[in-house]
Design a protein around this ligand. Structure first.
Ligand SMILES: [Zn+2]
Length: 253
């Protein structure tokens, strides 16, 4: 695939980077990333991935835009209220970068449909807001050896993890340190509140990790959790070890 003059101009600030270059930009254009949830995290993730030139972006969400979303879900504006999020999101992403292949899934991802939705994607960026979905995506990516970048936000606190299941011997999974679903699996933002800007911080870091994983540059977050305290403005990177009793050690899981 050769670049058009317009593409070179569009991506010039990335192509000029030694660690990206034409080859890296081509890798981004050839990559396929699924964003789960068009919410607070999904908004910056999808917008930055589209702007960066991720060639195929899937976006899954079955919800409609509510006025209480707009404080942090920057894909949407006040005219989008009551519209389906995945459809509005796909239109916005097309406006950012019309040449991309944007696929919207007007669905809630579940055990029955996850394979159909996710099978053609190499990397999943999880912006969901509950553990049931996080576990489902973890288990699916583990089984299918995909790369997964997870983000979670509540109040002023943010968490980010990367699992590279292509490198299963060295990657822990979500169940290594949260073996069972927490009894109280509720939508944290709805019940505990969240500062809107934190969605931008965590979602942008997730998008950055997705790009780095695709380009294979820099230090990966795989094997660590990044814990952000937006009040104290501290970023702590804590090592996550593989739990030998976890299912991710089972050969051919
Ligand atoms: Zn594990």
């Amino acid at each position: 695939m050769s670049f058009s003059a317009k593409q070179i101009e569009r991506y010039s600030r990335q192509i000029i980077l030694k660690k990206v270059g034409v080859i890296g930009q081509r890798k981004l254009l050839n990559s396929k990333v699924l964003v789960v949830g068009a919410g607070g995290l999904g908004s910056p993730i999808a917008m930055y991935l589209a702007a960066s030139g991720i060639g195929t972006i899937g976006i899954v969400d079955n919800d409609r835009v509510e006025i209480s979303n707009i404080q942090r879900q920057i894909l949407f504006n006040s005219n989008d209220i009551k519209k389906n999020k995945s459809i509005v999101a796909a239109n916005k992403l097309k406006q950012i970068n019309p040449s991309l292949n944007i696929i919207n899934f007007k669905k809630k991802i579940d055990k029955e449909n996850i394979d159909k939705i996710a099978k053609n994607f190499d990397v999943l960026a999880d912006g969901s807001d509950n553990f049931k979905t996080r576990f489902l995506i973890n288990d699916y990516c583990l089984k299918n050896r995909k790369i997964l970048v997870v983000g979670a936000i509540s109040k002023f606190d943010g968490h980010i993890y990367t699992f590279n299941f292509n490198d299963i011997d060295n990657s822990p999974c979500l169940r290594c340190f949260i073996p069972r679903m927490p009894a109280n699996d509720r939508n944290d933002c709805e019940h505990d509140g969240v500062i809107g800007t934190l969605a931008g911080i965590v979602g942008s870091i997730q998008a950055n990790e997705v790009v780095k994983e695709i380009l294979k540059i820099g230090l990966t977050l795989c094997g660590y959790i990044l814990i952000i305290d937006a009040l104290k403005l501290t970023f702590r990177k804590v090592k996550l070890n593989k739990n030998p009793r976890c299912r991710c050690n089972v050969k051919n899981y």
